[in-house]
Design a protein around this ligand. Structure first.
Ligand code: GLA
Length: 346
């Protein structure tokens, strides 16, 4: 295991961005930017032993700054939407930055994806730290964060998030990696197979905000309990799919503690990605809003050219009492872990 660091570029306001490469004994590696703790590349072996980059990204800081979509980024303080960017906690009303129609999305105008994180290296891991000041993007409390990315000799990438706040607050941290197991920039993921260990999903309205209703996947295009092509039902005349412009939904994961959430696989490369997590839900997002753009190495990315597997608390939990709470009490320790393990099917 080794970690190399080099300069990646500079932000428009002059901050230096570095890229850290963690390489394991197989020669597989991940490239991570201190800008947004962004997963820039994940290069893992296919069935013939050739390395394939399965993560979409850009070659320059300017493209990360200019483009939407949060490619590979660490997301917070609160992943996904909070209705109208408003909530009440302990009788106090808070107003957040609004950046998605009338709603707050992925931490606001300057979420954790736009922070250049303090980084230190320890053998197979990167330790990122950041203190989010009281009131940042409207959130209560000074939030002290510690994020660890590690990559091991079994091609497992583990993301660990720890945080503590000096006031009661809300928190929902995730990673917004866009996976394509045929290789980033090779076109659609609709021919890749997905299995999700969830019997239910949360219904959204046309703004992609949860209605509060939890629906059974049974008999719907959201039934991925048995592995199914991502594209199998995506064009069905189904109101939930229409509201999300495809899959952009939170699945209610079975069980609790660290357990498997989903398995993504490609018949072309034989690469299998198993996602395990401590989180209660996972946003399966089929890159419906990915407008045509240039990606790494001159590749072109389009709608549905990747899938995001965003382990998370349920969106807008603060307004839905039937969802697991996303409130973090003053002094309480927040801890979540997600592990993406890459294997081959033969
Ligand atoms: C999440 C959301 C989507 C979209 C993407 C970013 O997955 O649920 O609606 O905002 O992030 O483009």
């Amino acid at each position: 295991m080794s970690v190399q660091v080099k300069e990646f570029g500079k932000t428009a306001d002059g901050r230096t961005v570095s890229v850290y490469r963690i390489t394991n004994v197989n020669g597989a590696y991940v490239d991570v930017l201190d800008y947004g703790c962004t997963l820039q590349s994940i290069c893992v072996p296919d069935q013939d032993g050739n390395l394939v980059d399965v993560c979409l990204g850009y070659d320059t800081v300017a493209e990360y700054e200019a483009n939407d979509g949060y490619l590979g980024a660490f997301i917070g303080r609160h992943a996904n939407r909070i209705k109208e960017g408003k909530f009440t906690l302990n009788g106090v009303d808070y107003t957040l930055a609004v950046n998605n129609g009338p709603n707050h999305l992925h931490g606001g105008l300057k979420g954790f994806d736009k922070v250049v994180w303090d980084t230190s290296v320890a053998s197979d891991r990167l330790l990122f730290s950041y203190t989010s000041p009281d009131g940042e993007e409207g959130y209560p409390g000074t939030l002290v964060l510690s994020v660890i990315y590690s990559f091991d000799d079994n091609n497992a990438l583990t993301l660990t998030y720890d945080a503590v706040c000096n006031k009661d607050t809300v928190i929902n941290l995730t990673n917004h990696c866009y996976f394509n197991l045929n290789g980033a920039g090779t076109g659609t993921v609709l021919d890749q197979k997905l299995q999700v260990f969830a019997d239910q999903f949360t219904e959204n309205d046309a703004d992609c905000l949860p209605t509060g209703k939890i629906k059974d996947v049974e008999g719907t295009p959201f039934d991925f309990r048995i592995p199914k092509l991502i594209g199998a039902d995506i064009k069905e005349e189904n109101q939930d799919l229409i509201n999300g412009s495809g899959y952009d939904h939170n699945f209610v994961l079975r069980g609790e503690g660290m357990r498997d959430a989903c398995v993504l696989s490609s018949d072309k490369t034989g690469i299998v990605c198993t996602t395990a997590t401590t989180q209660p839900g996972i946003q399966i997002y089929s890159a419906n809003f990915m407008t045509e753009r240039k990606g790494k190495g001159g590749a072109t990315y389009n709608m549905r050219d990747a899938i995001c597997l965003e382990t998370q608390h349920f969106p807008d939990a603060i307004h839905n009492e039937n969802f697991p709470s996303a409130v973090l009490k003053k002094g309480e320790e927040y801890h979540q872990e997600t592990k993406y393990t890459f294997t081959v099917s033969k």
